[in-house]
Design a protein around this ligand. Structure first.
Ligand code: SF4
Length: 356
């Protein structure tokens, strides 16, 4: 059986350079290919007019340059856009574009399903099926950018979609290298955030990559965190926080702690005080995320007053705290929800049908 062709979007420029060289072509051809695809948005080899006719004719046999299939693109009344993509193997993944005053943040998936089993997470109900390739991550960026009006550019990327990015480090950090390549998209590493549930040994990879660290904290005692985030049994809070301190020492970059507020579970005044104690000595920001209730949820969302009271305690302790608004409620905001709906009703994907 013939070897499968390498996929263009899986390759860093040095890898493409080696490949092009192995076909007997000059190294700079990889530079030209990168420019055509990433800066000019051309993925039809035939249109790459500074390549020889012969090379253009051979390229489709040498490289696979296929895209993901966009199954759905839903736009919320608040401007959030949610995308569902089908991979070559038929699995589906979600990407979400979240607009705010000064940025457009793309939340990308790194896996199909997830094995971390966080109790409050909808994606966790779908066990890990596949770790995405670097190309499948890069294509989420490219295809969302292409679907936006010309004047709207993605300004930030967060690895907070489906999956634990540090459970797929090779492909996640390769995708970051591709997004950052100066001959191509030249996307700043500082505008990329990798969020982890607490895979401590891999946190240093984030420091080395130049991306920002976010930690999904969600509990302030090992007793509770062991229950709602099983990764804590392996890497308890004191070990996780030490890794954060090491990251900060190495990079001097501020860390984001995400804290999903679960009514009556982790939203007491004592919890707020413990957040302050745990993060002492770190430059950090706390993102409070009132739990996004969904049909299969075992937890409740605290009301607005309770959320503000929690924020107030942290602010009085001098912390930088934001409350994340729930965006895209009308388009299945909980991560993994759209994908589940599609798998139950694969024919129903227009905006109107989905709302029906
Ligand atoms: S919160 Fe993140 S790490 Fe935890 S199960 Fe969900 S996708 Fe996985």
């Amino acid at each position: 059986m013939a070897e499968p062709r390498p996929h263009f979007f899986n390759l860093t420029r040095p890898e493409l350079q080696d490949l092009v060289k192995s076909y007997g072509k000059e190294k700079f051809r990889s530079h030209q290919l990168f420019q055509w695809v990433y800066t000019k948005g051309v993925s039809d080899f035939e249109q790459m007019t500074n390549l020889s006719k012969e090379f253009r004719r051979d390229l489709p046999q040498l490289l696979d340059i296929s895209n993901l299939e966009m199954v759905s693109h839903l736009k919320s009344v608040d401007g959030t856009r949610k995308f569902l993509f089908k991979l070559a193997n038929g699995d589906t993944i979600e990407s979400v574009l979240i607009p705010s005053e000064d940025r457009r943040t793309l939340c990308v998936s790194s896996e199909v399903g997830c094995n971390m089993a966080c109790q409050f997470c909808f994606t966790a109900k779908q066990k890990l099926k596949k770790r995405l390739t670097a190309g499948e991550i890069v294509l989420q960026f490219l295809m969302v950018q292409k679907a936006l009006p010309a004047e709207e550019r993605i300004s930030n990327v967060v690895f907070m979609g489906m999956g634990e990015p540090l459970d797929n480090p090779e492909n996640v950090f390769k995708a970051i290298d591709i997004l950052h390549d100066q001959v191509g998209l030249n996307f700043s590493r500082k505008r990329i955030t990798v969020s982890t549930s607490g895979l401590v040994p891999q946190i240093d990879l984030i420091a080395n990559s130049g991306a920002r660290l976010a930690v999904s904290l969600n509990a302030t005692t090992n007793h509770l965190r062991d229950k709602i985030m099983p990764i804590n049994r392996k890497y308890p809070l004191e070990v996780l926080l030490q890794a954060c301190k090491d990251y900060y020492k190495k990079t001097k970059e501020s860390i984001t702690f995400e804290y999903v507020l679960l009514k009556g579970v982790n939203d007491s005044t004592d919890d707020a005080k413990r957040i302050h104690k745990l993060t002492r000595g770190l430059e950090c920001k706390i993102n409070l995320i009132p739990f996004n209730e969904h049909p299969e949820a075992d937890f409740k969302r605290p009301n607005g007053d309770e959320v503000h009271q929690f924020q107030r305690v942290l602010m009085d302790l001098g912390m930088h705290v934001l409350i994340r608004r729930t965006m895209g409620r009308d388009i299945y905001a909980a991560c993994g929800q759209l994908r589940t709906l599609y798998e139950k009703h694969p024919g129903k994907m227009s905006q109107e049908e989905m709302r029906a």
